[in-house]
Write a protein of this length. Structure first.
Length: 364
């Protein structure tokens, strides 16, 4: 019934499949209108207990809906809201049905059976669709978290994901741009206009603090500590941290706040710092669009993203002798190993300087 996939095989992780059937196109949206209580319970847990953002929770939901769609198609499962709810209710109460003995199967029944074959079938489908190892690794991580939660709640007694291996990924170095290119980008907005003043403040804040775009758009007026020349930032997992502001960013923020006040904004503590033309909180998508606009205007690499400014922030600090632990705190990384990847960039620059300058470099 289930196609075989060995995650121990290098061939299965490179997208080269021995199956002769033509690859199926990936499903864009797996029954988004259908509600599966077992999935909703997991997504609620991510938000309420793990303090994940709505965006991150939605990403987990997309992966799980794709998993549901594949299993439903393979087993010809018909969606029945009442039966899905009943199956999940029995699982939570420890009275789950014995699979194959009581009525037709539901998606919840398949998951609670703890069999590895449906998972292997789904991963084989991803290989057929030529998903990258990075995307497969993310979807495996979603299934791993989902089954770990089920095990923790007592809904399953054994976790089938323990025998699924994550494909090895090549480590990509984060992309950073030069200080000169950063200066060109920051100078691109016309600060004499309302929106240009806002955009200059956003770009200056991103580079001055190294915060994520999601953190930038979440800043309220009360989060600005003018006497301390710092921002209070709410990062991943709702963890707060304080990041210092440089003089250029402080000046740009002061100009933006003064401009808003001149335009009749009262600016209470709970008000968003950065707003759109309609007066509501600006979105991450809008910030990305603005960055793309100014990249084109400054004739810079269009592949640069707002996150590139974060990478550049960390790289430039380390290039100038900053302590790795301090950079970790500024970026809001839980693990030092996440920050250490930036040391590879600085080592690479040292090597390039050596190769370009040392008279015996060619022989080394």
């Amino acid at each position: 019934m289930w196609p075989e996939l060995s995650l121990d095989s290098d061939e299965s992780l490179t997208g080269k499949s021995s199956r002769k059937a033509p690859p199926r196109m990936p499903k864009k949206s797996a029954r988004p209108e259908l509600t599966y209580p077992i999935v909703k319970g997991f997504l609620d847990y991510l938000i309420d207990e793990r303090h994940f953002s709505q965006y991150t929770s939605r990403c987990y939901g997309v992966d799980l809906r794709q998993f549901i769609a594949h299993i439903s198609d393979e087993l010809n499962l018909e969606y029945d809201a009442d039966r899905e709810l009943a199956a999940w209710g029995k699982a939570k109460s420890g009275k789950a049905d014995v699979i194959g003995l009581v009525g037709p199967k539901t998606f919840t029944d398949i998951v609670l059976a703890c069999e590895v074959e449906p998972i292997r079938s789904f991963l084989a489908h991803l290989v057929d669709c030529k998903y990258s190892t990075a995307t497969m690794a993310r979807k495996i991580a979603t299934l791993r978290s989902f089954h770990k939660w089920l095990e923790r709640t007592g809904a399953i007694s054994r976790n089938p994901m323990t025998i699924i291996r994550t494909p090895r990924q090549s480590r990509r170095l984060p992309k950073a741009i030069t200080v000169a290119d950063v200066e060109k980008l920051l100078a691109a907005p016309e600060a004499s206009t309302l929106l240009g003043c806002r955009d200059r403040a956003m770009l200056e804040t991103l580079y001055s603090t190294g915060i994520r775009v999601s953190e930038l758009v979440g800043i309220d007026m009360k989060d600005i500590d003018e006497p301390g020349q710092a921002l209070i930032v709410c990062g991943k997992g709702r963890r707060e941290r304080i990041v210092p502001l440089g003089t250029h960013a402080l000046r740009a923020l002061s100009d933006w706040i003064a401009t808003r006040r001149r335009n009749g904004h009262e600016l209470l503590g709970e008000d968003p710092l950065f707003i759109n033309r309609h007066g509501t909180r600006i979105s991450t998508r809008s910030v990305r669009r603005k960055v793309s606009k100014y990249l084109e205007q400054a004739r810079l690499d269009p592949d640069i993203s707002p996150h590139t400014l974060r990478h550049s922030f960390a790289t430039h600090l380390l290039d100038n002798g900053a302590d790795l632990r301090a950079v970790q705190e500024l970026l809001g990384h839980r693990s030092l190993s996440t920050t250490q990847i930036y040391t590879h960039l600085t080592t690479q620059r040292i090597r390039e300087a050596y190769d370009a300058s040392h008279p015996r470099a060619e022989a080394s």
